[in-house]
Ligand binder design. Structure first.
Ligand code: PHE
Length: 351
């Protein structure tokens, strides 16, 4: 093959390559001319060896020139096809630069968690440390150590969810989902020496039907202070200070005599009804009473102190315990406790 023939071979190749309609056609053309096995140009290259020495340089140069042109044509066509593909894809896509950006949705704390943290923070300003304790509890801490032995009528106040003991059912040591956080009073006193000032938020369980103000799984916060010379006025002052920080000075608080086996004297704390302010005799929240019971409290019973080895002549203390969701309801105005646990974002996103 002379130089002339190589030129026309290259012309044909460049034309075919330029006409390739897609990547596959281009690749077929490339193989036809540059393919290692029997591409036309590869064949021509092989012949160099059999030529007389005088012809080799000119022929070699012609082969190289043909190869360069064909390779350049492949490169160019390949680029053109890629550009066309991208252009086609872009034409199929509709980019609307005027659309508003997608909103980043930030999470937030659940209103009950917010309330729990606020309770801890407020009591911290009054010198109370936050501690936590077990949700699954021994009968001893939930009742016995709190002056509520088996068969005591007061047990009916805490509708109990008994559970089978994971350590092996021992009828002498029944276990339960704690129906209140008061067992932690005993555990803390067992572990520490006075002075004590702790607040204990935590989940509680009761075997109860739910309604607008009751859930069978709910949160309480418990407070305990033990020191020399503590009196009922320390209890009242502490709870007034707390209520003022939570609700501002507008909300009214009522202390009324109550009964708990583990405090003496005992009192019930109620806040005036945020929903009807005492004006609706059929109010779903307060039942027309105008007051919402928010917490129980009292001076720690001497027998409870004695049981943990404290001398009641030297040490006195006060304790209180209330429902966290009720606080959350008072703060948010939510009329039904069940709203907190339905996981409806339309509700939760408001807080
Ligand atoms: N634990 C009691 C309840 O669940 C409340 C309480 C706590 C009362 C501390 C007195 C002292 O009703």
């Amino acid at each position: 093959m002379a130089g002339e023939e190589l030129r026309s071979l290259a012309d044909r190749a460049v034309a075919e390559i330029g006409a390739a309609v897609d990547e596959a056609a281009l690749e077929a053309a490339r193989v036809r001319y540059l393919g290692r096995k029997d591409g036309a140009l590869t064949e021509a290259t092989k012949r160099i060896g059999s030529l007389p020495a005088a012809e080799k340089p000119a022929y070699g140069a012609a082969v190289n020139e043909a190869k360069r042109r064909i390779e350049a044509a492949v490169e160019e066509r390949s680029g053109a096809l890629r550009t066309a593909t991208v252009a086609r894809e872009l034409a199929g896509e509709h980019v609307d630069a005027t659309l508003p950006p997608r909103r980043v949705r930030l999470g937030r704390l659940h209103p009950v968690t917010q309330t729990m943290r606020d309770v801890s923070r407020i009591f911290a300003t009054l010198g109370f440390e936050t501690v936590e304790g077990p949700e699954i509890e021994w009968d001893y801490y939930a009742f016995e150590a709190l002056n509520i032995p088996a068969g005591h009528p007061a047990r009916e106040k805490w509708q109990t969810l008994w559970i089978s003991n994971p350590l092996g059912d021992d009828p002498a040591r029944p276990m339960l989902g704690r129906p209140h956080t008061s067992p932690m009073q005993v555990r803390v006193m067992e572990q520490r020496k006075p002075p004590i000032r702790v607040v204990i938020p935590g989940r509680c369980y009761r075997y109860e039907a739910t309604d607008a103000i009751r859930e069978s799984i709910f949160f309480q916060y418990e407070g305990l202070a033990i020191d020399e010379k503590l009196t009922m006025s320390d209890l009242k002052g502490t709870l007034y200070a707390f209520a003022r920080q939570v609700f501002g000075s507008d909300r009214k608080i009522r202390f009324r005599v109550d009964y708990f086996p583990f405090t003496e004297p005992s009192a019930e704390i109620a806040f005036d009804c945020f929903a009807c302010e005492g004006k609706d005799p059929h109010c779903r929240v307060c039942g027309g009473d105008g007051w919402i019971e928010a917490a129980g409290c009292g001076m720690v019973h001497p027998d409870v102190l004695r049981r943990v080895g404290y001398d009641p002549k030297r040490y006195q203390g006060f304790a209180f315990g209330g429902g966290l969701e009720r606080l959350a309801m008072l703060r948010t105005g939510a009329p039904d406790i069940r709203l907190f646990y339905q996981n409806d974002l339309r509700f939760l996103e408001q807080f």
